[in-house]
Design a protein around this ligand. Structure first.
Ligand code: IPM
Ligand code: MG
Length: 360
């Protein structure tokens, strides 16, 4: 029996999570997948009830679970709040509490959606890359940090980019392990020409590579990587990089696939515990209207089945069901293109569930 903590959060979070839960429940009732769901509050939804975005009860629920399914956090309603109680803070706190240092963000172009990308189809078709982003260290968490007064009386803001060798090594190893299941190429991205922290990153990556003679390692500066991602994205197989570079490059990679509404993510700890979430965020402008694409969250469930529930065959079935609904021409508004009627969040979710039933 797998315990799954469900944290719908804010904005479109609850809508897309409902469809992903429907997929899990279908696997449970029709195929006997052993799961137990428990719901918790996070983000603005938690702040409204408890005065804080990450209540202790939510941390405990997530820590006791085998896997966590998260929707999204944040919205204009909570933007005026001080940073310490902003919804985004809950996300960082949860990642840190669960020690999920390896954030897997695949960018895969569904052939059915080649026309949805803003890049030419001949540049993006066949795109299939995996960004492994360090998630619990670097400048996001480094101390000291803050805003202080200088001797001359003006204010200065400061943050610290710091990486211990062990923090670099564990995430780079994870990237190499993943590359072994793919095309066996790792590109480590840094700014080693300027930043000592990433000079060390490059050195550690090179050392780890010696244990993986069957995997090819290359290095790239982050500015060049940003350019190469739009110039010739198919050159990449696995990318491994720091927290902040990974944040930026994964949004860029998402757009290569046409819609950020298609992209799942998994954040893994040393073992099999994982936090699974779509990378799109809470999209407050379309929340509550049934317009959101639930596929990123449904595909996050597929990643959960693969990485935490040790049920890769079910992961593949869910991914095949997504392929099948796209083959049928079903499209939510974000991937519809110029013509055609858009399916609602619910219709898209139900269509995936129907495919799973048929393949029974
Ligand atoms: C992401 C988001 C978060 C991040 C924000 C919401 C804190 O952009 O998951 O990529 O920067 O990590
Ligand atoms: Mg981001």
């Amino acid at each position: 029996m797998h315990k799954i903590a469900v944290l719908p959060g804010d904005g479109i979070g609850p809508e897309v999570v409902a469809e992903a839960v429907a997929v899990l429940e279908c696997l449970q009732t029709e195929y006997g997948l052993g799961i137990e769901l428990e719901y918790g509050l996070i983000g603005g939804a938690a702040y409204d009830v408890h005065g804080q975005p990450l209540p202790e009860a939510t941390v405990e629920l997530a820590q006791a679970a085998d896997a966590v399914l998260l929707g999204a956090v944040g919205g204009p309603k909570w933007e005026p709040l001080p940073i310490a109680v902003r919804p985004e803070k809950a996300l960082l706190g949860l990642r840190s509490a669960l020690k999920v240092f390896a954030n897997l963000r695949p960018a895969y172009l569904y052939p059915q959606l080649a026309q949805a990308s803003t890049l030419r189809a001949d540049v993006v078709s066949g795109l299939d890359l995996m960004i492994v982003r360090e998630l619990t260290g670097g400048i996001y968490f480094g101390q000291p940090r803050g805003i202080r007064k200088t001797a001359s009386g003006e204010r200065e803001g400061f943050n610290t980019l710091v990486y211990a060798e062990s923090e670099i090594e564990r995430v780079v190893r994870r990237a190499f392990d993943i590359a072994r299941l793919r095309a066996r190429r790792v590109c480590s991205i840094d700014k080693a020409n300027v930043l000592e922290a990433t000079e060390l990153w490059r050195e550690v990556a090179t050392r780890v590579a010696a244990d993986y003679p069957d995997v090819q390692l290359s290095h790239m500066y982050v500015d060049n990587a940003a350019m190469q991602l739009v110039r010739a994205p198919r050159q990449f197989d696995v990318i491994v990089t720091t927290n902040m570079f990974g944040d930026i490059l994964s949004d860029e990679a998402a757009m290569l696939t046409g819609s950020i509404g298609m992209l799942p993510s998994a954040s893994l700890n040393e073992g099999t515990k994982g936090l699974y979430e779509p990378i799109h965020g809470s999209a407050p402008d379309i929340a509550g209207r049934g317009l959101a694409n639930p596929l990123a969250t449904i595909l996050s469930v597929a990643m959960m089945l693969r990485y935490s529930l040790q049920a890769p065959e079910w992961a593949t079935r869910v991914e095949q069901a997504v392929h099948a609904v796209l083959d049928d021409g079903l499209r939510t508004a974000d991937i519809r293109g110029a013509d055609g009627v858009a399916a609602s969040t619910r219709e898209m979710g139900q269509a995936v569930v129907a495919k799973l039933r048929i393949t029974h």
